[in-house]
Design a protein around this ligand. Structure first.
Ligand SMILES: NC(=O)c1ccc[n+]([C@@H]2O[C@H](COP(=O)([O-])OP(=O)(O)OC[C@H]3O[C@@H](n4cnc5c(N)ncnc54)[C@H](O)[C@@H]3O)[C@@H](O)[C@H]2O)c1
Length: 474
């Protein structure tokens, strides 16, 4: 771990001294006032003093007595509530570098948290549970236990159930925790993510993914947080002209949004969700440009699938109506609820008529996020301060191939209906070029398609894995 982090340990000590100094000066004032104003001792303010009008000598004005007492009480409470932090600090609590993870209880976020905890970070999760459940905190602990890391101390994983775009609550939380933790950076994943929902309700996406992000970045700037990893999406590429679409998408291909682009036009492929991610990337770029010591890594995710091998963590959206549109959720629904899986058309680009996607195990994605975060911390003046990478495998797999693999792995039969037509917002082919991320960060996906399907089937208890995993707990 970087030795620079150790400097953060002086913060709690300085903060404790500040508390102590404030408290002692207030007590001194209290003693002074008690001697200057004799009625103070009897609990009488000057206003209630029957002799106040009889004497010609001016007495200290009473109006600020109340405020002064309130301050004293606040200082005492502050000191008492922060004592546990000072007590555990010598045992290593505040020594771990702290990362703020927005959406840490969501599908990708929870896996990122696991990876961070395994690497020794302390995490502050900001998640308002709009699309996840509070029980994921427990699932993260169980996953760590299952991987042999033992009991996680509660101080290493803190969940703050607030909206990341609520500047007042976020500011308060950061002020409170910065008393004993020094946040070294942010992994920002919180967003609304359904392409279909974004076409129905674009304002929700512009608000949650763009407007709130602007407020969020302002709070980060105010608190001097300089390192940001942002989760973007392959939807930012839109749907490129057919001559380019069959190639793997590289990082320079994001289209420039013209005012004449009709976002309902599925051939343009620019959905409000994709546009919100392009704006998010632009804001991250501006955030970095505004200060010479800020750094950011933007990851464009293609299709994160699978789950942690322990099966405690998996995609479990609260907003089921919209999130069920993801391919894995559709497969799960078809098997568990015994319904028909609708295979939408991809204009035959993949040979079997279904869409082609770049599937990457969510554990690999999480590893990539932590590598990106550590790259931000390695301040290298010769390198670009805002980098954009695809987290992709570079290999296309058709939806029908994926279905076959799930069937082979689980022994379950998935009933399919060939719809032929393309679903609104879908692009026929989406494969990411991974050269840049491999050369710069040394990241490459490790899990094969069979591993992905195995972990997915085990997590949801599909086919031969029925009764295993944690699906039955929800
Ligand atoms: N899963 C995918 O297929 C995929 C693909 C490409 C990009 N991404 C991006 O990755 C990120 C994470 O995706 P995911 O699949 O884990 O999503 P998810 O829906 O599982 O998790 C999102 C989490 O963010 C929280 N959240 C949403 N709005 C919030 C707000 N305003 N304040 C606080 N918390 C809020 C939700 O409660 C939820 O826990 C998103 O930015 C998404 O756009 C996901």
């Amino acid at each position: 771990m970087d030795s620079r982090f150790d400097k953060g340990d002086v913060m709690p000590v300085l903060s404790l001294r500040a508390h102590w100094f404030g408290l002692t000066s207030l007590v001194r004032q209290h003693i002074y006032l008690a001697t200057v104003n004799p009625f103070h001792e009897n609990g009488l303010s000057s206003a209630e003093n029957p002799l106040a009008n009889w004497t010609s000598s001016p007495r200290p004005t009473p109006w600020w007595h109340e405020r002064y007492h309130k301050r004293l009480i606040k200082q005492v409470i502050n000191l008492l509530t922060s004592l546990p932090c000072y007590l555990y600090e010598p045992f290593g609590g505040a020594r771990n570098p702290v990362v703020l993870v927005t959406s840490g209880l969501g599908y990708v976020g929870s896996h990122v948290c696991i990876e961070l905890l395994r690497k020794g970070y302390t995490i502050l999760i900001v998640d308002d549970l709009t699309n996840s459940f509070g029980s994921v905190v427990q699932d993260i602990r169980l996953t760590l236990e299952a991987s042999g890391l033992g009991n996680l101390p509660s101080r290493r994983l803190i969940h703050i159930p607030i909206d990341y775009g609520d500047p007042i609550s976020l500011d308060r939380a950061l002020v409170f925790y910065s008393r004993y933790l020094r946040v070294t950076g942010v992994i920002h994943l919180a967003a609304s993510k359904s392409v279909a929902e974004s076409l129905k309700n674009p304002w929700k996406y512009y608000e949650n993914n763009v407007i709130k992000m602007e407020r969020f970045l302002r709070v980060l700037g105010k608190h001097g947080i300089r390192n940001v990893v942002f989760s973007s999406s392959a939807t930012a590429y839109g749907c490129l002209p057919s001559e380019m679409a069959s190639k793997a998408l590289n990082e320079d291909m994001v289209p420039i949004i013209g005012l004449d682009v009709d976002i309902k036009d599925t051939t343009a492929g620019l959905t409000p969700y994709g546009i919100s991610k392009i704006f998010g990337e632009a804001m991250i770029k501006k955030f970095v440009d505004d200060h010479p010591r800020r750094r950011a890594v933007v990851f464009r995710l293609f299709n994160p699938v699978g789950s942690d091998p322990s099966s405690y963590l998996k995609e479990n959206p609260r907003d089921y109506q919209w999130c069920v549109g993801g391919v894995m959720q559709m497969i799960k629904k078809a098997v568990v609820d015994d319904t028909v899986f609708q295979v939408f058309g991809g204009s035959g680009d993949g040979g079997d008529g279904s869409c082609i996607r770049d599937f990457v195990h969510v554990g690999d994605i999480a590893r990539g996020f932590v590598m990106g975060f550590e790259d931000c911390l390695r301040a290298d003046e010769t390198k670009k301060r805002c980098k954009v990478y695809n987290l992709a495998s570079g290999k296309g797999v058709s939806v029908k191939q994926l279905l076959k693999e799930v069937e082979n792995e689980s022994g379950a039969i998935v009933k399919i209906e060939d719809c032929q037509k393309r679903r609104e917002g879908d692009v026929p082919i989406s494969i990411g070029d991974m050269e840049k991320v491999r050369n710069d960060l040394g990241w490459r996906p490790e899990a094969r398609l069979t591993d992905i399907c195995k972990h997915f089937c085990r997590a949801y208890g599909i086919g031969k894995y029925a009764g295993e995993g944690s699906y039955s707990r929800n």
